[in-house]
Ligand binder design. Sequence first.
Ligand SMILES: NC(=O)c1ccc[n+]([C@@H]2O[C@H](COP(=O)([O-])OP(=O)(O)OC[C@H]3O[C@@H](n4cnc5c(N)ncnc54)[C@H](OP(=O)(O)O)[C@@H]3O)[C@@H](O)[C@H]2O)c1
Length: 230
Amino acid sequence: MRKFFITGGSGALGKQLVDYISSNYEVLSPTSSECNILDLDNLTNIIKNFNPDVVIHLAAFVDTFGCEKNIEKAINTNIIGTINLVKACLNINCKFIYLSSEYIFSGEKGNYTINDRPDPINVYGKTKSSAEYIVSILPHYQIIRAPFIRTIYPKVFTNQYCSRYFLDEVVEKITYNIINNPNNLIHISSERMSLYDLYLKKGIKVEPILIPQNQETVIPKDTSLINNSI
Ligand SMILES: NC(=O)c1ccc[n+]([C@@H]2O[C@H](COP(=O)([O-])OP(=O)(O)OC[C@H]3O[C@@H](n4cnc5c(N)ncnc54)[C@H](OP(=O)(O)O)[C@@H]3O)[C@@H](O)[C@H]2O)c1
C-alpha cells in the first residue's frame, strides 16, 4: 500500500486521518469543490490519474436530523455519491474502505456483532446501510463501523447506550485496521455505556437529559457494537 485517495478529507474524521496517514504514505484528498462525489466524470478522471492502492470513503451527510429533513440530499450524498465512487473504482485495483455507522442498527438490541443484520430506523442509517451493500459489490472492500464522538454537547442522554470512542482515540485504530486487518467487516468499538457515563469517564462535565419523546423514533436507544478489530 503506497497511495491513498481519501474523500471527505476536510471533515472531522477526515482532517485527522489525512494528517495521520500522510506522515507515512502519499495521500490525495481533494476538497468537495475540487472533487464533488456527485460528478462521476470528474471523480473517475481524478481516481484514474492518481491510481490509488487504497480508497477511503468518508464523504457523507452525517447530520441525523438534517437527513430526516433533507432526504434528497441524504440519498444523493450518501447513496448516489457512494455509487459513483464504486463505479470510479471498478477498473482500479484498489482496496476500498467505507466508513459506516452504528446507526445501521435499530438500537433495540445492543451489543451488535458483525453477524447482525442491519435494521436502521432513521434516514441517515438507511442511507449508510444502502451504501454498505453497494460497496460490497467490489472485490476488495472493507466496511468499518467505528462510532466516535466528534462534538461535545452541553446536554447528554443518560438513556442512550453506545460503545463510542472520542475522535482523537479512533484515528490510529482505523488506520491500523485498514493496513493490517484482512476482514471485510470491522467493528472498532469501546465498552458499552450510556452516553452520559462516557462523558463522565472522560472527565467532561455535562447536563444529564433523557431522549425527548418526540425523538425516540429517530435516535436508536442502544447501538453498542461488539469489537472485532485488531
Ligand atoms: N460523526 C460521527 O459520529 C461518525 C461516526 C461513525 C462514522 N462516521 C462516518 O465517518 C465519515 C466521516 O464523518 P465526519 O463526522 O468526519 O463527517 P463531516 O465532518 O460532516 O465531514 C463530511 C465530509 O464529507 C464531504 N462531502 C460532503 N458532501 C460531499 C460531496 N458531494 N462531494 C465530496 N465531498 C463531500 C465534506 O466536504 P465539505 O466540508 O467541503 O462539504 C466533508 O469533508 C462519514 O462517512 C460518517 O458517516 C461518522
